[in-house]
Design a protein around this ligand. Structure first.
Ligand SMILES: O=C(CO)COP(=O)(O)O
Length: 252
């Protein structure tokens, strides 16, 4: 059985004062008997060291929101995957639609970042998802197939790769995808991963849904067969919002 994952992407939000959320989440999970769920918090890079310290000896783990594809070099302002690992973080988000859009990251860029993450011993949370225009044109599965074949490198063990399906039109809009839409895309992703990587690895990769996941819709989303968890933006910034989502996942 695949482990579940509740991942929180804080994006460019949160000062050191926000780190209290990590302690609150750790405390809320301290008495849990659940051992099947990974809780990953991805704060802005300047908070990674302190977040990793706070999460130590709790059920929480820490991830970054992006990495460069090179292990070091003259790339002012960028962060290399080994640096992320050095903070104690264990995960990194790659290919988020906000980066694909604002920084023109291509599928091959995302592929290179994913390999860099693996080289540093990190688990990559690789994001894919269609725009509103793509969905309206009926091309969702074509784009998903293209993103998968272009962004996912060969050589995953299954455990070091998590694929997050985040329809761009559902991010930060409150317009959550229907379970029919989520099922269609997640089942398609699973089939494609198995076709390409074989049954064992293709089945082991976890698939997260992201896009306006809230306490009120989490239970329904987690009932989808190929949804192993969520990548949560806004609702991961407050323990009182993220905790019920984690509980809904554990109960699913
Ligand atoms: O982009 C997301 C997570 O990476 C989703 O953000 P929201 O949950 O705020 O819609």
């Amino acid at each position: 059985m695949r482990r579940k994952m509740a991942a929180g992407n804080w994006k460019m939000n949160g000062s050191s004062a926000a780190l209290g959320v990590i302690s609150e989440l750790a405390a809320a999970h301290a008495d849990s008997t659940d051992t099947d769920t990974d809780i990953v918090i991805c704060p802005p890079a300047p908070l990674l060291f302190r977040a990793s310290e706070l999460a130590r000896s709790s059920a929480l783990t820490i991830g970054a929101q992006d990495c460069h594809s090179a292990p070091s070099g003259a790339f002012t302002g960028d962060i290399a995957a080994p640096m992320i690992a050095d903070t104690g973080a264990t995960h990194v988000i790659v290919g988020h639609s906000e980066r694909r859009d604002a920084y023109h990251e291509s599928n091959s860029d995302v592929r290179a970042k994913t390999m860099a993450a693996w080289d540093a011993g990190l688990t990559a949370i690789l994001c894919i998802g269609e725009s509103a225009a793509t969905r309206e044109a009926g091309n969702t599965l074509d784009i998903i197939a293209e993103q998968l074949s272009g962004s996912v490198p060969d050589g995953t063990t299954g455990g070091n790769l998590v694929v997050a399906y985040e329809p761009v039109w559902a991010i930060g809009t409150g317009a959550v995808a229907t379970t029919a839409q989520i099922n269609e895309v997640h089942d398609f992703i699973r089939t494609r991963l198995i076709q390409r990587l074989g049954d064992e690895v293709g089945t082991a990769i976890r698939l997260l849904y992201g896009g306006s996941v809230k306490p009120g819709n989490a239970t329904e989303i987690f009932q989808c067969a190929n949804v192993d968890g969520a990548l949560v933006g806004g609702a991961s910034l407050k323990a009182q919002d993220f905790t019920p989502i984690i509980h809904a996942l554990i109960a699913s």
